[in-house]
Design a protein around this ligand. Structure first.
Ligand code: 1HE
Length: 269
């Protein structure tokens, strides 16, 4: 694999808190507030939202990472002062809109985690479809200690990854999970050595980008919704999605390729 990255143009070139580069079908978005440990202020949330609304047509998969020693220190606490209840709700809803655009946007998203993945940083990571963690990653929800509550979708997304019981522990006690504990808890899919996260994410991105677009769409859009349905309704929606995917020319060609022995077999390596 030899991806050559170039700075993205257009709208994506004018988001100063992000560095956005593309290589073929892979778009790499890097949080660029290392001096503040990539803490998420209003501008950074708005820029993430804008970026995921304006993904270039060529992008088939996105990778998100953090510049510096940490992935993301969560909410920029200096933004928190003097917010009314109504402003607090609006603030949380802006995070929801931005992170929904990541989870339910056009392309699968892979997050590369290292250093602090805390508070809103963990909420951001949980909006991605795949998480690659380096061994330095540590995870916490210090909202309890700060006198606040999750507001970036964490209450909805994190129990689906780690369970309500584990999330309750993190929030009530301030427990910090190391990279191995978090991997066991279901927070990351891949655990790699220090400095190896991006390489692994780009290799995964190439695999994801090689899938039929409609299959990826079904995984992103249909699967999480079906998983929330009662079984009978879920099975019915699955049948519809499955028939739609099978009817696509890309599916027919891929099945023909396997039967003609032109496609790779399934293998562990
Ligand atoms: C920040 C933030 C921040 C760092 N908001 N400025 N999040 C937290 O409670 C995590 C708070 N941060 C930390 O615990 C630590 O900063 C870290 C473990 C992430 C990193 O430690 P370290 O030693 O590498 O950095 P540092 O010296 O603590 O921070 C460097 C600078 O970043 C410093 O500013 P400076 O002007 O003194 O240089 C810090 O103040 C600043 N900084 N983190 C603002 N979070 C939608 S609701 C979501 C709710 C939450 O996310 S609550 C969790 C908030």
């Amino acid at each position: 694999m030899n991806l050559q990255f170039h700075r993205a143009g257009g709208v994506l070139a004018n988001l100063p808190l992000l560095r956005i580069e593309r290589a073929g079908p892979v778009l790499h978005l890097r949080l660029m507030r290392p001096a503040k440990r990539n803490a998420l202020n209003d501008e950074l949330i708005a820029q993430l939202h804008t970026a995921f609304l304006h993904l270039p047509e060529s992008a088939r998969v996105a990778v998100i990472s953090g510049e510096g020693e940490h992935f993301c220190a969560g909410l920029d606490l200096s933004d928190l002062s003097e917010r009314s209840v109504a402003e607090g709700i609006a603030h949380s809803r802006r995070w929801h809109a931005a992170f929904d655009q990541i989870q339910f946007g056009r392309v699968p998203v892979i997050a590369v985690l290292h250093g602090a993945v805390v508070g809103g940083g963990l909420e951001l990571a949980s909006a991605a479809h795949l998480r690659v963690a380096e061994r330095s990653a540590f995870y916490a929800l210090p909202e309890g200690q700060r006198g606040i509550f999750v507001g970036g979708g964490g209450a909805a997304r994190l129990p689906r990854l780690m369970g309500v019981a584990r999330m309750t522990d993190l929030m009530l006690t301030g427990r910090v999970l190391d990279a191995e504990e978090a991997q066991t808890a279901g927070l990351s899919h891949y655990l790699v050595g220090e400095g190896e996260g991006l390489v692994r994410a780009f290799a995964l991105a190439e695999k994801v980008a090689a899938n039929a677009p409609l299959s990826n769409y079904a995984v992103m859009q249909a699967l999480p919704r079906i998983a929330e349905l009662p079984q009978a309704e879920g099975l019915f929606v699955e049948a519809l999605m499955s028939a739609i995917a099978q009817g696509d020319e890309a599916a027919k060609e891929r099945v023909r390729a396997f039967l003609d022995k032109r496609a790779a077999k399934v293998s562990k390596s």
